[in-house]
Design a protein around this ligand. Structure first.
Ligand SMILES: Cc1cc2nc3c(=O)[nH]c(=O)nc-3n(C[C@H](O)[C@H](O)[C@H](O)COP(=O)(O)OP(=O)(O)OC[C@H]3O[C@@H](n4cnc5c(N)ncnc54)[C@H](O)[C@@H]3O)c2cc1C
Length: 387
């Protein structure tokens, strides 16, 4: 995928900003109070074609590269909105694109591109395995032309707002797998057909408005034609999609950091205490300036990771560093923004406490900071594997 022309990205950014302006703080505050899904906002992004940015034109998408998708999500967050409700619609389909059959691509991608089909649930994490994906316990056993799936997933976000779920399950017992990473398979589960027949979804209420759930799979029957790629190779397929996910989430963090910095700067200029703007005090200026420098450094890493991804170069280290640095930058900016606002940082109407809660997630999901540091230690610095 070629890197986009700078003016193409500028146009995309401008259109996203115009769309997001229709969804101000009040819209998000109301949803946050009710822990409700931003259906209208997601619909608007869908109709504008933004969620189909990465789907090739042959299947009805825009066929844009990762830096365009990253720019879209960054702008969503820089506008004070939240892409977490739908960002996965952009990238989960990459697993079908890279590893699915022609028949699967023809069957699913056009609907995903138009938004008629939602593929934005990703069932990997389980209550007992956590970060240690290879020890997951959900099993899929072949019975004729179906697999029968039993197990439990947790933190399966957007499952209630998704038609399809990409599910990772064990098809060969761990002890019998030839290689450590063999024996897991990826399935496309049609949750519309499965409802009441093997899937139970319970919402989990969290500190921010994030439509996340736990999913119980009880003798769920998945047709063999919904196995993606080869049986037993699922872990590799999931890993191959992670760099894109990390870069896109990092772009959201950059957007959050920009939002916090813009809000803090505006407030520091306006708010007068002791007869002068608080922003005239270095004690207030310096944390904002530091957050800005941290955000810019992280932004450079996000852009470098996206550039390498689009050039087809290895980008594992850069994608991980982008996620680490951007999540740290957004969290530092969030903390600074609360401090700059004093008491008003805690007031619902300022939206800062909401964004503060939302951006905290990225220290933990989709991969926690420690696991990124372990990756860098092992794969870049060649230190012994620690787990
Ligand atoms: C709101 C939300 C949405 C999510 N959405 C999804 C989703 O859609 N699909 C999905 O599959 N998952 C999802 N997740 C799960 C998420 O990816 C995991 O929470 C995350 O990967 C961490 O796993 P865990 O919670 O099991 O923590 P654990 O693996 O139990 O780890 C707990 C803590 O210990 C640390 N730790 C663990 N092992 C080590 C080690 N060897 N060295 C150093 N530190 C270690 C971790 O860094 C972490 O801080 C979501 C989570 C949340 C909270």
């Amino acid at each position: 995928m070629e890197a986009p022309a700078p003016d193409e990205l500028a146009t995309i950014r401008e259109s996203v900003r115009a769309l997001c302006a229709r969804y101000p703080g009040e819209y998000w505050r109301q949803l946050d109070r009710e822990r409700a899904y931003p259906a209208e906002f997601v619909q608007a992004l869908t109709e504008a074609g933004f969620l189909a940015a990465l789907v090739p034109e042959d299947y009805g998408g825009s066929g844009l590269g990762l830096s365009a998708a990253a720019a879209i999500l960054e702008e969503v967050h820089a506008a004070g909105c939240n892409g977490a409700a739908c960002h996965a619609q952009m990238y989960i389909m990459g697993t079908i694109l890279r590893h699915g059959s022609d028949e699967q691509k023809a069957r699913f991608l056009p609907g995903i591109a138009s938004g008629a089909l939602r593929l934005q649930a990703f069932g990997v994490t389980e209550p007992t395995s956590g970060t240690d994906t290879l020890s997951l316990r959900t099993v899929a056993v072949r019975e004729g032309d179906h697999y029968v799936v039993n197990g439990q997933k947790i933190w399966t976000s957007r499952a209630e707002h998704s038609d399809l779920m990409l599910l990772l399950a064990r098809t060969t017992p761990r002890a019998q797998a030839k290689r450590r990473t063999d024996g897991l398979s990826v399935f496309l589960v049609d949750m519309r057909l499965a409802e009441g027949t093997g899937i139970k979804i319970n919402p989990i209420r969290t500190m921010m408005n994030h439509a996340t759930t736990e999913v119980f799979l009880d003798d769920l029957r998945v047709p063999v034609e919904n196995l993606v790629g080869e049986e037993g190779k699922g872990f590799r397929y999931i890993l191959s999609g992670m760099n894109a996910e990390r870069i896109l989430i990092a772009a959201e963090c950059i957007g959050d950091a920009k939002w916090f910095i813009a809000r803090a700067t505006a407030y520091a200029r306006e708010r007068a205490v002791f007869g002068r703007p608080i922003g005239q005090n270095q004690g207030v200026q310096f944390p904002i300036a530091r957050a800005y420098a941290q955000m810019r450094a992280a932004e450079l890493m996000v852009r470098e990771a996206a550039r390498r991804y689009e050039a087809g170069e290895d980008c594992g280290a850069e994608a991980n560093m982008a996620k680490l640095l951007a999540a740290d930058a957004s969290w530092a900016a969030a903390d600074m923004c609360v401090q700059t606002h004093g008491g008003f940082g805690f007031a619902e109407d300022f939206d800062i406490e909401r964004k503060f809660r939302e951006t905290r997630l990225y220290q933990v999901a989709p991969i926690s900071t420690n696991l990124i540091l372990s990756y860098l230690a092992e794969h870049v610095l060649e230190l012994p594997r620690s787990y």
